[in-house]
Design a protein around this ligand. Structure first.
Ligand SMILES: *[C@@H]1O[C@H](CO)[C@@H](O)[C@H](O)[C@H]1NC(C)=O
Ligand SMILES: *[C@@H]1O[C@H](CO)[C@@H](O)[C@H](O)[C@H]1NC(C)=O
Ligand SMILES: *[C@@H]1O[C@H](CO)[C@@H](O)[C@H](O)[C@H]1NC(C)=O
Ligand SMILES: *[C@@H]1O[C@H](CO)[C@@H](O)[C@H](O)[C@H]1NC(C)=O
Ligand SMILES: *[C@@H]1O[C@H](CO)[C@@H](O)[C@H](O)[C@H]1NC(C)=O
Length: 330
């Protein structure tokens, strides 16, 4: 395995700028197109249902108190019921939370974000097989005047099936067969340890000393997931679109299905490449032949460790290393 140093920071900045513009400066009007799109993953190519050809779907950015207009155009073969927006126990006001977009039609919805929402929610298709690939983050920034100065990094945890997703779920309903996916994904990518995947591994390029705000959503179908970064703690500041009155710092976070969490990490280690790892069970030593990863990559001139450093969840489980809670549970 080779680890190429790629300067992606400029790409990331442009990416965020374009996304922000798309949702906030264009009369707050967002256009989603439901369509089938072909993706190469795990050495195979297949079509999945997407929004605007992306997996995960586009991030919607908004501010507390704002109203957005969302047009959803369905160019797919099936009807899709959309849901916006979910933070468990917390929903953004819209003229309808769930709405049907029939195959071939376009439906417009106004989405009003209440003043007290701040943090990360998500939108998704309701039907389970459609939800597997039609989902994305809905990030709510505070009203102007409140502190809001970290770079947003949406982290959508999802799953990839080599088989056709609709068939997988129809088979499951018919026979009770296994719906276990072939890989969990970070922003649509299983990462370096999966075959034919290291070209696409999600990378976050960081500057030493800066802080980054991870907007993490567990969009997996039914698995609780744990996420941690080698040598870096995470400071949890919001859950399900509500700021915490007492943020806390931990070695890793646990995310139940459909939940979201906002946490800050500081690039305060020596410049290197560090793995962000997603596992389903922290009590078990994870198998590096089959674990989902992304890479935190410090800018600068140095020879990175190859392979990058891996987090040790059992080490992080040692409460003496941590300030505050370890597991985030609902
Ligand atoms: C879509 O929904 C409409 C109304 O419920 C229904 O009449 C139609 O058959 C559905 N189409 C498909 C492709 O399922
Ligand atoms: C949606 O918002 C627009 C203004 O952006 C307004 O004209 C329209 O009446 C609203 N529709 C509903 C159903 O509230
Ligand atoms: C990875 O990227 C290189 C260069 O763009 C390309 O030649 C190669 O085929 C890619 N490999 C995979 C598995 O996609
Ligand atoms: C996690 O792994 C431990 C140790 O192998 C095992 O005892 C436990 O049952 C596993 N938990 C889950 C939820 O799979
Ligand atoms: C993780 O930390 C535990 C406890 O300190 C240690 O026993 C174990 O060997 C470490 N595992 C790895 C992979 O470094």
């Amino acid at each position: 395995m080779t680890f190429q140093k790629i300067n992606t920071s400029l790409v990331l900045i442009i990416f965020f700028a374009v996304q922000y513009t798309a949702s906030t400066q264009n009369n707050n009007n967002i256009h989603f197109v439901i369509e089938e799109t072909s993706f190469d993953r795990l050495c195979q190519s297949k079509k999945i249902l997407t929004i605007n050809g992306r997996f995960p779907g586009p991030t919607i950015y908004a501010r507390a108190g704002e109203t957005l207009v969302l047009d959803v155009e369905n160019k797919g073969k099936d009807n899709v019921t959309m849901f916006c927006c979910r933070g468990v126990g917390k929903q953004v006001k819209s003229d309808q939370v769930e709405w049907l977009v029939k195959a071939g039609s376009t439906v417009r919805k106004n989405i009003t974000i209440s003043d007290d929402v701040e943090g990360t929610l998500w939108w998704h298709a309701m039907n389970i097989w459609q939800r597997a690939t039609v989902h994305g983050a809905f990030i709510v920034h505070p009203k102007p005047g409140k502190p809001d100065d970290h770079a947003d990094i949406p982290i959508i945890l999802g799953e990839w099936w080599k088989k056709d997703v609709k068939e997988v779920f129809l088979d499951y309903i018919d026979s009770g067969s296994d719906i276990k996916s072939d890989a969990f994904t970070v922003n649509g990518q299983p990462g370096d340890f999966y075959p034919c995947s290291n070209n696409g591994t999600f990378r976050i390029v960081v500057d030493t000393g800066k802080k980054y705000l991870l907007r993490i959503v567990n969009a997996a179908i039914r698995k609780k997931l744990y996420i941690g970064i080698a040598s870096h703690d995470l400071t949890v500041i919001a859950m399900d679109g509500s700021p915490l009155t007492k943020p806390f710092t931990t070695g890793y976070v646990e995310l139940s299905v459909e939940h979201s969490i906002d946490c800050i990490f500081e690039a305060n280690q020596h410049p290197d490449y560090y793995y962000m790892v997603v596992v389903t069970n922290i009590s078990k030593t994870y198998n590096t032949n089959k674990v989902t990863t992304a890479i935190i990559e410090y800018q600068g001139n140095y020879i990175p460790s190859s392979p990058p450093l891996l987090p040790n969840f059992s080490l992080n489980y040692d409460k003496s290393r941590l300030i505050g809670l370890i597991e985030v549970q609902w």
